[in-house]
Design a protein around this ligand. Structure first.
Ligand SMILES: [Zn+2]
Length: 287
């Protein structure tokens, strides 16, 4: 069924697991992700970035909502990295049940102000809000907006931010990177920092840029306090690597229904690994 981000994440918070938020901008990939979530009985957040919304158009959002309504697992439709108040209102109008407002590159006071404004309006309309504090790096043009380096989330600031904005969940910077990891950075999560922040905040915490970090660190992060993990790069790479292989150099290979199924399966293998790693498999029964 279609539900809100808060309804999905509060259960994950209570039962110490993380819900995968898979970035979607293509119908075949969306169908494949819903299928594997139902097969593994895992709650799902369908994340769509503003650039992805631009690519697919609002009509496909209607289709996504319709499919979510008849799913056997809870699904939230999440606007990833909302930049402005206007943009978030548009997302709510489209029918998103969860929105992110990312003011993390603004000064602290401005981040609080925009996040508070978005949260007040979204809550009136029954939509959940994710804020972000600290900066998660990002370096290629396909990755989401981010700084070149990681600025770790300060626990005192996190407490102030949540108190003053009323957000439902918070994305924190503890050592992940959007897109591919740059050569000079070693992927390493600061799990002690996560423990400290989780000890002081009761709300679900979110990890962005979760592709590329070692599995054991991600598993531990989901166990000790992260409740939503964004995955974009890893599923898209699996899908398109398989597509390159299927296409080869043969111009006669042209029908989507002959090309896409193998790509979907390759993507589903990766998605299923993430679902398992995050502790989300079978958790659909908790809802
Ligand atoms: Zn992100």
């Amino acid at each position: 069924m279609l539900t809100t981000g808060k309804a999905i994440l509060d259960v994950a918070n209570e039962h110490s697991f993380a819900v995968p938020a898979f970035n979607i901008s293509d119908w075949a990939m969306f169908q494949g992700i819903v299928e594997i979530s139902e097969e593994t009985n895992a709650p799902l957040i369908v994340a769509i970035h503003p650039d992805e919304v631009k690519h697919i158009g609002p009509d496909m959002i209607t289709g996504i909502i319709s499919r979510a309504h008849r799913s056997s697992v809870p699904i939230a439709i999440h606007w990833d990295h909302g930049a402005t108040y206007h943009e978030v209102l548009t997302a709510i109008q489209y029918g998103f049940t969860s929105v992110m407002i990312d003011g993390s590159l603004k000064p602290f006071d401005e981040n609080i102000a925009i996040t508070k404004k978005v949260t007040e309006s979204a809550h009136i309309l029954g939509v959940s809000v994710e804020g972000e504090l600290g900066t998660i790096g990002g370096n290629d043009s396909y990755a989401e907006a981010g700084a070149a380096e990681i600025i770790y989330t300060d626990p005192d600031d996190a407490v102030t931010f949540v108190e003053q904005t009323g957000v439902d969940s918070l994305a924190i910077a503890i050592g992940t990177f959007h897109g591919f990891y740059p050569a000079h950075l070693k992927p390493e999560l600061k799990l002690d920092l996560l423990k400290e922040i989780k000890g002081r905040l009761q709300i679900p915490l979110v990890l962005h840029g979760g592709s590329g970090n070692p599995d054991d660190e991600i598993r531990e992060a989901a166990r000790i306090g992260i409740n939503k993990i964004n995955i974009s790069t890893d599923i898209k790479v699996a899908y398109h690597n398989k597509m390159r292989e299927v296409l080869g150099n043969d111009p006669k290979v042209r029908e989507p229904n002959a090309i896409q199924p193998a790509c979907i399966r390759a993507m589903q293998v990766v998605a299923a690994q993430k679902i398992e790693l995050f502790g989300a498999a079978g958790k659909g029964s908790l809802y």
